[in-house]
Design a protein around this ligand. Structure first.
Ligand SMILES: Nc1ncnc2c1ncn2[C@@H]1O[C@H](COP(=O)(O)OP(=O)(O)OP(=O)(O)O)[C@@H](O)[C@H]1O
Length: 375
């Protein structure tokens, strides 16, 4: 069993700075968990505490059933893959993979079997005779992953392993690592993975669950879809999704028997289902709407609200266009299929136009705490 259990984990650095504030988290046996958050949110500190590279100043860390707070890295049954690969330059790939096992006194035949198995899993049998300097960045990263696999660890820890690769290679390594996790499970060697990244695309595409961190505090732990559709607060809502959710200060006001959001001088009547959740609430809030819930044409379902808008500029992405426009004084972004703009694009720039908001998909957050008021 290789579940990870973090109970009230804290980190106070020797200079007195508290980087991690009582983190509670369970990573399930065989789960692919991603830690994501902006620079400085303490994702590396947490990972390094799990690895045993950083002392734990409060709380309890268990791997399986064992309390490991004070165990050395070697005794924790973990393997870590770093951003800079950390390969031995004077050793061929085969020996880079075999080195740790040999050091641990593993019989030669077993070393050979494990090295070849890892090389096969990562499709790098043809690289075994090369030196690290003869490898591309992606190949070197595969060797670094292979070095973790041969150890047969209970838990794999990845610290931004794809950051040094170009965008195209990163995309293919994302798929490769996700497939590897599945293959290991199917071959009876299920791997519990904790993967640190600041890249929300990596988090969303690779994680079975994602732990979003900010300032050393967990904001939400959930599946990618749940994070996207039901963000716990405005921070998660803004961090997950690209282009990011439109989030703006607004006012909630009574309108007829219901409620309206006042945004940039425009009244947006809330669908009854949403207003019902807010009861008698009024006053300052934050209003959120994902760019794909704004369109350039009315929806056939007739459930969108037309608002007057002034287009500022457009980003053409190929199959879709990000249109930046203002409602009153408030800037919004729409993510529109390119064919929806047919012929309109040039005409729209700088001109008054109408955009259509799907208010049934809007989010409302507490103005101060940022908590999602509709969950
Ligand atoms: N040795 C240290 N002493 C004091 N403070 C530290 C130390 N190492 C890190 N910190 C602080 O702890 C906080 C968390 O740092 P950490 O490196 O874990 O963040 P991160 O989310 O991994 O950021 P990045 O993505 O930039 O690597 C930051 O505010 C950082 O300045």
């Amino acid at each position: 069993m290789a579940q990870l259990s973090l109970k009230k984990i804290e980190k106070v650095y020797p200079n007195g700075f508290k980087a991690v504030h009582g983190v509670d988290l369970e990573v399930r046996d065989g789960e692919f968990m991603v830690f994501v958050g902006p620079s400085g949110c303490a994702k590396s500190t947490l990972l390094r505490m799990i690895a045993g590279l950083e002392t734990i100043t409060g709380g309890e860390l268990r791997i399986g059933d064992k309390l490991v707070n004070d165990l050395a890295p070697k005794q924790r049954g973990i393997a870590m893959v770093f951003q800079n690969y950390a390969l031995y330059p004077h050793m061929k790939v085969y020996d880079n993979l075999a080195f740790g096992l040999k050091l641990a006194g593993t019989p030669k035949a077993e070393v050979d079997q494990r090295v070849r198995h890892a090389a096969q899993l990562l499709e790098m049998e043809h690289l075994l005779d090369r030196y690290p300097k003869q490898l591309s960045g992606g190949q070197a990263q595969r060797v670094a992953v292979g070095r973790a696999i041969v150890k047969k660890p209970e838990v794999f820890l990845f610290d931004e392993p794809l950051s040094n690769l170009d965008a195209k290679l990163r995309a293919s390594m994302r798929v490769r690592l996700t497939e590897l996790h599945r293959t290991l499970r199917e071959s009876g060697q299920p791997a519990t993975v904790v993967y640190v990244t600041h890249d929300q695309v990596e988090a969303m595409t690779m994680g079975q669950r994602i732990c979003v961190l900010k300032d050393g505090v967990i904001q939400q732990v959930d599946t990618p879809t749940a994070l996207y559709d039901r963000p716990a607060n405005a921070f998660v809502a803004g961090f997950i999704g690209s282009p990011e959710m439109n989030i703006h200060a607004a006012e909630l006001q009574p309108m007829g028997s219901g409620l309206a959001v006042m945004l940039g001088g425009v009244a947006l009547p809330l669908p009854e289902s949403k207003a019902a959740k807010l009861r008698s609430r009024g006053g300052a809030i934050k209003f959120g709407l994902r760019p794909e819930h704004v369109s350039a044409v009315a929806r056939p379902q007739g459930d969108s609200l037309a608002v007057p808008a002034t287009v500022r500029f457009m980003e053409h992405m190929g199959s879709e266009v990000f249109v930046h426009f203002d409602i009153g004084t408030v800037p919004l972004t729409a993510r529109v299929p390119a064919d929806q703009l047919n012929g309109l694009a040039e005409k729209m720039r700088g001109e008054a136009h109408q955009f259509h908001l799907q208010l049934a998909s809007c989010h409302l957050f507490d103005a101060e705490t940022g908590t999602n008021l509709l969950l």
